[in-house]
Design a protein around this ligand. Sequence first.
Ligand code: 13P
Length: 236
Amino acid sequence: MKIIAANFKTNHTRKSTNIFVNNINTFLEDENISNDVYIFPPATALDNFDIKSNLIVGAQNAYCVKNGSFTGEIGTEQLEEFDIKTILIGHSERRHVLGESQKEIALKYNYYKALGYRIVYCVGEPLEVKQSGLTETLGYIWEQFDGIDLDYDNLVLAYEPVWAIGTGVVAEIEDIRTIHKKIKKKIQKPLLYGGSVKPANLSDILDIPNVDGALIGTASWIEEDFKTMIKISKDK
Ligand code: 13P
């Protein structure tokens, strides 16, 4: 059964997230959809949602601390207020825009692993690495697993090529097939694909072997499109 995940990034307000989460919850119940559906809203929109379906709300990011003096960060005290037990770690925007190093990412991973969180761990190569060839691309991806315990039970992986994120350029089916096969051979965990996934291409992407779901940015921010994509995943 496929996993469908929405990463809101820096989009939606507390008010619009609340409406969105409630509507998706009702939709999953009404349509009898049993796939796991995740939504990662911005931190300001986390809340005690009244969820009765298999919808899971997670955090896009948090610091590896319970509480303390870390201006601008949130810790587990803030997550636990809302029973958040799912977190995205290693997303390309945190790596490449916010400058998180592999060392910092591994620290975060180990901290949240020790607390039993479900971790959606993201990897993916920038364009110049892809252009250097498959060996370089795989080498780059394997380095993104440095310090990461791949036997962790509550681990979900996401392959998101940086050049396909928010660009409208979706990876070729063949590219996704190749990379997913290589990752899956090494790590037997659910493996999502992310990067310009939308209603028009989701079905083909979910049909690729070793693709266990999708992590969707832009196209997930529109409720109707997200519902359409959940429906597409229902029979996959
Ligand atoms: P887009 O779907 O906007 O390309 O973003 C993908 C992503 O980064 C999901 O985490």
